[in-house]
Write a protein that binds this ligand. Structure first.
Ligand code: COA
Length: 149
């Protein structure tokens, strides 16, 4: 990874101000503060914040049910993309899901989000189907991707 002093912490409410700024920059329909809190306080969720020099530069949220892990949100601050942070967060979460006895992970990604789709493929995800008009603003299909853990 191009960033050697990155710290990854369990996400807590202290990270939320930074997280919400990044979230609003990254998405047309950003998660609300409550959506993040629901995951932070869910015992079956994993929520991590990547921190550089005291500021959040990326985060990932996933939850799991029985043997299935669901990657819900992975986002890196636009000034810190292409440094390996997104890949690092994904690898950490996939390992944590494995430790929680998950055997598969899945995620949805906008069909047009080629960068993210390429990263997920590199991490072992393959395209398993589509969810029609899953996203709004603009309307778009999700590609459903799964990986065996
Ligand atoms: C998708 C996203 C999370 C990826 O995070 P990231 O930290 O930029 O990802 P990485 O740096 O791990 O990898 C991105 C690319 O940069 C490359 N890269 C990694 N380190 C690099 C470096 N030092 N120099 C140049 N390129 C590098 C990776 O190989 C990868 O290249 P590829 O496009 O050829 O596959 C981030 O771009 C983002 O937040 N996007 C907006 C929100 C979003 O779309 N989230 C996903 C929704 S499903």
């Amino acid at each position: 990874m191009a960033v050697d002093h990155l710290i990854v912490e369990q996400m807590g409410s202290r990270h939320l101000d930074d997280v919400l700024v990044i979230e609003k920059q990254a998405y047309s329909t950003p998660w609300s503060s409550n959506s993040f809190k629901n995951e932070i306080y869910n015992p079956y969720s994993i929520a991590l914040a990547a921190v550089l020099d005291g500021k959040v530069v990326g985060y990932i949220l996933a939850n799991y049910r029985f043997h299935e892990g669901h990657i819900l949100n992975v986002t890196v601050h636009p000034e810190h993309t292409r440094k390996g942070i997104g890949t690092h967060l994904m690898k950490l979460v996939l390992e944590m899901l494995r430790q929680r006895r998950c055997t598969v992970a899945y995620l949805e990604v906008r069909a047009s989000n080629q960068d993210a789709r390429r990263i997920y493929k590199k991490l072992g995800f393959y395209e398993a189907g589509r969810r029609k008009a899953y996203y709004i603003d603009p309307f778009e299909d999700a590609v459903l991707m799964t990986a065996e853990l």
